[in-house]
Design a protein around this ligand. Structure first.
Ligand code: HEM
Ligand code: HEM
Length: 199
């Protein structure tokens, strides 16, 4: 069983280890969760609203997405570089399924990050983040590119949505029906240090 000092060490760690998410991963997970869910709902509001209102939703969506672009990009690279901590006592099969779903979400996020700016620029517009940062496209208006970017953006948003629902469902299932610490380890590092026999 880990000693007190080991627990303290784990709870202040920044980086991931083989079984623990560090603070950087935890903060990245929850900040980007809030942003991505907000972007998704604002994105859907663009489709549902009358045209005046849709323009406002679109501008808000682009402003938030552009402001958070680097953070979400960094979050994807961070996971690829940090590997994937294992839940102690979890079977290899379940670990692989979870890892597959996590990398699936990150892949669709990457598609959103690339297709979003393409969608704006190919419509002949500039990306504006709350009118503070304005980024012009490296190419002009193009209907072919716009349709392609739209296809990618709308399909990836759908697949991402389904995976997020399954992911949240899986997390809630662990919370309600399992005694392992799958959820707490994404909230506080080092809470997964109990040996399996104690669970
Ligand atoms: C990274 C997370 C993102 C998520 C979850 C997201 C989600 C969505 C959703 C759900 C829609 C509704 C239409 C559809 O199904 O495609 C949408 C539309 C849109 N998104 Fe995103 N998006 C993201 C990133 C971006 C970025 C980085 C940009 C550009 C800087 C962008 C620009 C747009 C634009 C312009 C539309 C409106 C298309 C139209 O005119 O109807 N999005 N987004
Ligand atoms: C209320 C919403 C959410 C809950 C309760 C939740 C819960 C969790 C938990 C418990 C883990 C650790 C699982 C493990 O490794 O065993 C995790 C990891 C992960 N989650 Fe979520 N999650 C939520 C939303 C999201 C969203 C919206 C995304 C995608 C945009 C996402 C993407 C990921 C990824 C990629 C991982 C792997 C570790 C990492 O890179 O952060 N999660 N989540």
């Amino acid at each position: 069983m880990p000693g007190k000092s080991q627990k303290q060490d784990a709870s202040s760690r920044l980086y991931d280890s083989a079984e623990i998410y560090g603070w950087i991963s935890i903060l990245l997970h929850w900040t980007t969760t809030i942003i991505v869910i907000a972007l998704w709902f604002i994105g859907m509001s663009i489709l549902d609203a009358p045209s005046e209102e849709a323009n406002e939703w679109r501008q808000l969506h682009i402003s938030i997405a552009a402001s958070a672009w680097l953070l979400i990009f960094f979050r994807i690279i961070w996971r690829l570089r940090s590997g994937h901590p294992h839940v102690r006592g979890q079977s290899v099969f379940i670990h692989r399924v979870a890892r597959f779903a996590h990398y699936g979400m990150l892949s669709f996020l990457a598609v959103m990050l690339l297709s979003g700016p393409l969608l704006v620029w190919s419509s002949g517009k500039q990306i504006s983040a709350f009118d503070v940062l304005v980024i012009s496209g490296p190419f002009g208006e193009s209907e072919t590119l716009r349709s392609f970017a739209w296809l990618l953006h709308s399909n990836a948003s759908l697949f991402l949505f389904v995976l997020i629902l399954l992911h949240i469902g899986g997390a809630l299932k662990h919370l309600m029906f399992h005694t392992d610490e799958t959820i707490i380890r994404m909230i506080w590092p080092g809470r997964q240090n109990k040996p399996v026999a104690e669970e």
